[in-house]
Design a protein around this ligand. Structure first.
Ligand code: F6R
Length: 254
């Protein structure tokens, strides 16, 4: 069963997650972080940038992102690469050569997936950050009858495309495919932090924590990993049987 931390709001959840990352950075000479994108992670990146301005250096950190849209270049404003640049990379001191994302516009996607797996095989993730889709996806490992272990190209499901469409307000086509790391590299991480905020995540959170382990809810597989912590706000925890008690515990500790 994953550890659960329930905070009154997303800001205090983000402060907690950033403190966990800080601890990893203090403990490791060359920390490796698996990073995620999406609206959930924005308060966390803001908090990390704040900590950087107060003196925290990321100079020895390597980052490996989970996913990227197929067909988008790093310059495309809707790409995860541009998101990372806007929200995190341009504000901190991670060396450019130590920031990795899949290349969405690679001419040979199969070769790009192999390249990414080779990179992951030489960089053990100290901490993997995850968000969760309302359909239970992690990375872009969408619900299915079977799940891929390796980095692969995935056809995004309609509900994922619909949610992602807010990142493409100019009417440009929302990508229908992505490159995502597979479950093997997520599972190889020493520690996993899954962040979920807001009521629309409550069902997926409850299903993945308390439901059966099954490929139709990829996040439920996290029940099999020994060191997973869910960082939730009260709304995202709303369908967990113990939500009220967990929130009271957290408030008492702060
Ligand atoms: C993004 C990713 C996705 C998101 C998930 C939640 O890199 O891997 O799994 O974490 O779709 O997205 P938000 O946070 O926008 O609700």
């Amino acid at each position: 069963m994953p550890a659960l931390r329930v905070f009154p709001d997303e800001q205090s959840g983000a402060v907690y997650a950033a403190a966990v990352m800080d601890r990893v950075m203090q403990a490791r000479r060359s920390p490796v972080f698996g990073l995620a994108t999406g609206s959930t992670q924005i308060p966390l990146y803001r908090q990390l940038v704040r900590m950087h301005r107060q003196g925290l250096s990321f100079a020895t950190v390597t980052t490996i992102n989970l996913d990227e849209y197929v067909g988008l270049s790093t310059q495309s404003p809707g790409s995860f690469s541009a998101y990372m640049e806007r929200n995190f990379f341009r504000h901190v001191d991670i060396p450019p050569g130590a920031r990795h994302l899949p290349q969405g516009d690679a001419p040979d996607l199969a070769a790009e997936c192999l390249r990414y797996d080779a990179l992951l095989s030489t960089h053990r993730l100290d901490l993997q950050l995850l968000g969760i889709g309302i359909n239970g996806h992690i990375g872009f490992n969408e619900p299915s009858t079977s799940l891929s272990l390796k980095t692969h190209v995935v056809a995004l499901q309609d509900e994922t495309i619909l949610r992602n469409s807010s990142d493409f307000p100019d009417g440009s086509n929302v990508p229908r495919q992505a490159i995502t790391v597979g479950l093997q590299s997520i599972f190889a991480a020493r520690t996993i932090l899954l962040l979920a905020f807001g009521r629309d995540k409550a069902e997926a959170v409850a299903e993945s924590v308390c439901g059966q382990v099954r490929t139709s809810c990829p996040a439920s597989l996290l029940q099999l990993h020994p060191r997973v912590t869910y960082v939730l706000d009260a709304a995202a925890a709303g369908r967990l049987p113990d939500a009220g008690r967990l929130l009271a515990l957290e408030e008492a500790a702060w």
